[in-house]
Ligand binder design. Structure first.
Ligand SMILES: Cc1cc2nc3c(=O)[nH]c(=O)nc-3n(C[C@H](O)[C@H](O)[C@H](O)COP(=O)(O)O)c2cc1C
Length: 175
């Protein structure tokens, strides 16, 4: 089972469009997928205490723990993923241990291309995640209304899905 985590809280989010395109590509390739949208299923702010018992937090933790890989789709906010994405990781921490993670970003401009690295590093160092070294990075001109309108980005999502599922299958084989 593959999880697509959509982190934007914006009602007309572009990274959510990436998340849905990714989920669709996974389904087309015959994979089981759960899309977890933080705008639909809100999580409490991580307080390091009572928040861990929240029902939505428990659900996300269990999805991540059971996932063959996780695709995170997020806005770029201040040269990083948004706070909601980081909050989700803070709340579900150990569930990420050893997971394969792929990243997809929606940004305002081309200059923030390296913004995934802090998040990627923390997953690698904290939880020994395997980060797929192929990011999706899309700016506003890749979208038209509620649709993805850039063939190159669509193709890149397909390649990301192919490489991530291939890696997940290989990791399962070697245990
Ligand atoms: C608080 C805030 C900070 C932002 N910081 C950046 C940034 O550092 N670099 C960038 O390219 N775009 C930045 N943007 C633009 C967003 O990345 C862009 O609007 C993107 O589409 C948001 O993703 P979403 O549509 O999925 O919510 C920022 C937007 C907001 C609201």
């Amino acid at each position: 089972m593959f999880v697509v985590l959509s982190a934007s809280l914006h009602p007309d989010s572009r990274s959510r469009i990436l998340a849905h395109a990714c989920a669709e590509a996974l389904r087309t390739s015959g994979r089981e997928v759960t899309l977890f949208d933080l705008a639909v299923t809100p999580l409490p702010p991580c307080d390091g205490a009572a928040a861990y018992a929240d029902e939505n937090v428990q659900r996300l933790s269990s999805l991540i723990e059971n996932a063959d890989a996780i695709f995170v789709a997020s806005p770029v906010y201040n040269f990083d993923l948004n706070a909601a994405a980081k909050n989700a990781v803070e709340l579900t921490g150990q569930a990420w241990t050893g997971k394969i993670v792929s990243l997809m970003l929606a940004a305002g401009g081309q200059g923030s291309y390296m913004s995934a690295m802090g998040f990627a590093n923390s997953l690698m160092l904290d939880f020994r995640c395997l980060i797929v070294p192929r990011f999706i990075y899309a700016t506003g001109d890749a979208f038209e209304g509620k649709s993805l309108a850039d063939v190159d980005i669509s193709n890149r999502i397909e390649v990301l899905v192919n490489e991530t599922t291939k890696l997940a299958d290989a990791m399962k084989l070697i245990g």
